[in-house]
Write a protein that binds this ligand. Structure first.
Ligand SMILES: *Cc1c(COP(=O)(O)O)cnc(C)c1O
Length: 339
């Protein structure tokens, strides 16, 4: 099977498994795991933050960031297509008792004007807006990069309005590699940042939340409360450390393959957006029918609404697999699918 459903489907490579089996470990709840400590230090450095904390998932790092930036009854502002709003099982309400205020914007962008329009002044009737969440790259928008300038502008507007900023950077390194802008330059404009090692970086699990020392000290308490305190976590943290050390630069290959896939699909007659990073969105007419027929030909992707599908490239699909996926899809474009 050529699995293009997500960049989360990657399996640990041999050298990554070796790093895992050889990792020195300790009890991370006591702060004793040398591998976790090394990972946290390494990622803080990459992101230009004082500290970071290792957690099981991006959902957890986002939700800890959100919890630390709010109190019950506060309002969190984010794009209507944000992962935090759509794919985290209602956690902002469940775990932090906050109200989420979605903002509309072209392809994942929250503009300073859109932000200003929804932030309300202090008044006993209104929830208090406390936190702006931004997402880069933007998943639903097709791995779209939020350009640094616009990102900085809306973050500055948030600060002016008295809000903190959390960056959901599950795929931040895709944006960094595609643009050549170091990840830390985006992070400068955010109070807290979550990054994932289990997406394109290819680790089996893991995410880190970065911020200043005081915030991350408090995050250790929240992580414990959310059930994310782990013991000899070095065994899995070693995979994340390996991923950050060895798999960031190679994201460029995923981007190249995504373009190759998009160009092949366009040539086969599909309405496809040219990708900025590793996510390709294609209008196929009838997503369910298309995906079933594609799976019969050995290629997996996911639906994006009724008529579109999403392909994600990653380190377990090489150029040959991409060409095979294009070939399978091209066969289908000759079929009388509803369009
Ligand atoms: C995958 C993802 C997350 C985190 O997901 P987990 O499966 O909980 O690790 C967060 N934000 C975005 C944009 C994502 O794509």
């Amino acid at each position: 099977m050529i699995d293009l459903r997500s960049d989360t489907v990657t399996r640990p490579t041999e050298p990554m498994r070796r790093a895992m089996s050889e990792a020195p470990v300790g009890d991370d709840v006591f702060g004793d795991d040398p591998t976790v400590n090394r990972l946290e230090e390494y990622v803080s450095g990459l992101l230009g933050k004082e500290a970071s904390i290792y957690c099981p998932s991006g959902t957890m790092t986002n939700q800890i960031g959100l919890h630390l930036g709010t109190s019950r009854g506060d309002e969190v502002i984010l794009h209507e297509d944000a992962h935090i709003f759509n794919y985290e099982a209602g956690a902002p309400a469940l775990l932090s008792g906050v109200q989420v205020r979605p903002v509309f914007g072209e392809r994942g962008v929250v503009s300073p004007e859109a932000l200003r329009a929804v932030v309300r002044p202090e008044n006993i009737h209104f929830p208090r807006p406390k936190l702006l969440c931004l997402e880069n790259t933007h998943n639903v928008a097709g791995g779209r990069i939020l350009p640094l300038e616009g990102f900085a502008a809306v973050a500055a507007e948030a600060r002016t309005l008295g809000l903190k900023v959390h960056l959901d950077g599950a795929r931040l390194f895709n944006a960094a590699v595609a643009t050549g802008v170091p990840a830390r330059e985006w992070c400068e404009h955010a109070d807290t940042v979550s990054v994932c090692s289990s997406k394109g970086l290819g680790a089996p699990v893991g995410s880190l939340l970065a911020g200043d020392e005081e915030t991350i000290r408090e995050a250790r308490r929240v992580r414990k409360a959310f059930g994310g305190g782990m013991r000899q976590a070095g065994v899995i943290a070693a995979a994340s450390l390996y991923a950050f050390e060895h798999h960031v630069g190679r994201l460029a290959e995923d981007h190249e393959r995504a373009r190759r896939l998009a160009e092949g699909l366009a040539e086969a007659g599909y309405a496809v957006e040219m990708p900025e990073t590793n996510i390709v969105l294609v209008d196929v007419g009838n997503a369910g029918e298309f995906l079933a027929a594609l799976a019969e030909r050995g290629v997996l992707a996911t639906p994006r609404g009724e008529s579109a599908v999403r392909f994600v490239t990653h380190l377990d699909v090489d150029g040959e697999a991409i060409d095979a996926a294009v070939e399978a899809a091209a066969e289908l474009s000759a079929y009388p699918l509803e369009r």
